[in-house]
Write a protein that binds this ligand. Structure first.
Ligand code: DX5
Ligand code: ZN
Length: 219
């Protein structure tokens, strides 16, 4: 069993001082999760390639860019150019995700496909050969600080079993509401990567909160 990766989300960090926000996670994170929202696919607007480029310039960590946008095909190249390493977009925005997954792969980055809580795991089965990872949402996308929905966690095992059946190596990432109290449940699901946002950045001591999560992830 490989090490479970930690991808802290900056969504609830203090954007007036991103250097400081990143300093809290540099010694515990495997990647930085960047939640891009367009106010169209989700009822919230966060940031675009400009901020990704800024974060790229102040950390060496891989950038895990989660595109909650209605037209990812139009912007993938901009986000890759800005420094995105892992690029995921929502299966709910297109009937044919294969083309966009191929574009991300051709740009030399790690393609990911995201499924919302109500989207069945089977939605991604035919694309498992085109992805590096699947992102399973355990909250409705749009806002940090929500309570984790446990039911979607069952999809982690479904996806991993289907990938094994197809003879593929696919990582499964869990995003939304993850915190120390429910981490055992998330780990039990078989997740390879966990996104943690508000339970780090809304903690009184974010560095300590990240270290506590890291300690629970490492056997
Ligand atoms: C929701 C976002 C958030 C974020 C993590 O659209 O995807 O889930 O990554 O935020 P927390 O950990 O606060 O749910
Ligand atoms: Zn996210």
């Amino acid at each position: 069993m490989g090490k479970v990766k930690l991808a802290p989300s900056l969504l609830n960090a203090d954007f007036s001082d991103l250097r400081r926000a990143l300093s809290f996670i540099e010694d515990t994170a495997d990647a930085v999760h960047l939640d891009v929202m367009d106010g169209n696919f989700v009822p919230n607007i966060t940031f675009g390639p400009l901020v990704v480029r800024a974060v790229r310039s102040i950390t060496e960590l891989p950038l895990d860019v989660h595109l909650m946008i209605a037209n990812p095909a139009e912007y993938v190249e901009d986000f890759v150019e800005a420094g995105a390493d892992w690029v995921s977009f929502h299966s709910e925005v297109t009937r044919y995700p294969g083309e966009i997954l191929g574009l991300i792969r051709n740009l030399g980055r790690r393609p990911g496909l995201v499924i919302n809580p109500q989207t069945p795991a089977s939605r991604v089965f035919e694309y498992l050969d085109l992805v590096d990872f699947i992102l399973v949402m355990t909250v409705m996308p749009g806002f940090g600080g929500q309570e984790l929905l446990a039911e979607p966690l069952g999809k982690v095992r479904e996806i991993k079993e289907e990938a094994a059946r197809q003879g593929l190596q696919v990582e499964v990432e869990v995003d939304g509401g993850v915190k120390t109290e429910n981490l055992p449940l998330v780990l039990e699901s078989g997740a390879d990567i966990v996104v943690v946002g508000s339970s780090i950045y809304r903690a009184p001591d974010p560095r300590q909160a990240a270290r506590e999560i890291r300690r629970l992830l490492d056997p």
